[in-house]
Design a protein around this ligand. Structure first.
Ligand code: BV8
Ligand code: ZN
Length: 239
């Protein structure tokens, strides 16, 4: 492992443009349940069953119960050593972009600056009627939160399964991925598209791609370097 960490440090030192892609694994040590770990289950439902427009249309109260439960769980949690190490890395690299699949807002809490949230943010709400967007950290929210402007039903401003990602967000993410020297893929099982294939995109564009994850993923053998272990232990070694 030591030699591989050295190789990543060397590449980091000579890289002008670095992209980091994070998933639920980087927040695990802060106490956030991952999707596919034991924490992925919620009252016999799986997050993938609830985080869909169909579920929200069918039973908005249940879907809001799921998000209120997550907001209450997330509210007191703090960024961990891995989040904080990425803040340091951002200061050391000329052009640094943090692309996250996470909606927990812990990268912002840690102090990261150039963040692209692929799947939105659980602290932001969007009106299903007038589209009004706003941050609201009230915990818990009412069972069916209403828009102050038009009384329409509010939804979490997150990308559900089966929904398109915001075109501008996608464009910005691929723009950085296409031009980076090094991409770190941290704490993601590589199961959800289009995020999961972003590492291979970077590799195809000539970047070195490094995976940091607790367990192997479908991409482990395709990336240049794979560091197996906890993000909170490994990422600080790179700063
Ligand atoms: C789209 C926000 C175009 C919501 C999320 C069939 C039918 C319909 C759709 C599809 C289909 N097949 C494929 C699709 C596309 C679908 C998809 O990929 N589905 C998967 C489930 C097969 N994708 C979409 O729908 C996307 N949109 O494609 O639009 C389109 C449109 C219509 C129809 C088709 C296509 C939208 C996807 C966005 C979904 N929203 N989140 C919310 O959170 O409530 S996804 C959610 O899960 C997360 O945001 C994250 O992106 C994702 C994956 O989770 P991970 O972050 O990887 O976490 P996971 O638990 O899986 O893994 C954690 C890893 O960390 C593990 O490997 C673990 O070992 C490791 N780890 C744990 N602890 C640590 C650690 N590592 C280091 N240190 C530790 N301490
Ligand atoms: Zn409204």
């Amino acid at each position: 492992m030591q030699d591989r960490i050295l190789a990543v440090e060397e590449k980091l030192a000579q890289s002008k443009r670095v992209v980091v892609l994070t998933g639920a694994g980087i927040s695990a040590e802060s106490g956030v349940p991952t999707f596919r770990g034991e924490g992925g289950l919620w009252r016999q439902f799986r997050a993938t069953d609830l985080a869909t427009p169909e579920s929200f249309a069918r039973d908005p109260k249940l879907v809001w119960e799921f998000y209120n439960w997550r907001r209450e769980l997330l509210a007191p949690l703090r960024p961990n050593a891995a989040h904080l190490a990425l803040v340091e890395l951002e200061k050391q690299v000329p052009h640094f972009t943090l692309i996250t699949q996470n909606i927990d807002g812990l990268h912002q809490k840690a102090g990261s600056r150039n963040i692209i949230e692929l799947h939105g943010n659980i602290w932001w709400l969007r009106c299903t009627q007038c589209g009004r967007l706003g941050e609201d950290r009230t915990v818990p929210l009412p069972a069916l939160p209403r828009c102050a402007a038009c009384n329409g039903l509010l939804r979490p401003h997150v990308v559900w399964f089966g929904e398109m990602l915001d075109a501008a967000v996608i464009e910005k993410a691929y723009g950085e991925i296409q031009t980076c020297d090094l991409m770190l893929v941290i704490g993601t099982s590589g199961t959800v598209q289009p995020a999961a294939s972003m590492g291979m995109h970077a590799k195809g564009a000539g970047a070195m791609v490094v995976e940091i994850n607790l367990e192997p993923t479908p991409y482990t053998d395709s990336f240049h370097i794979s560091l197996t272990g906890k993000a909170g232990d490994i990422v600080p070694l790179l700063t």
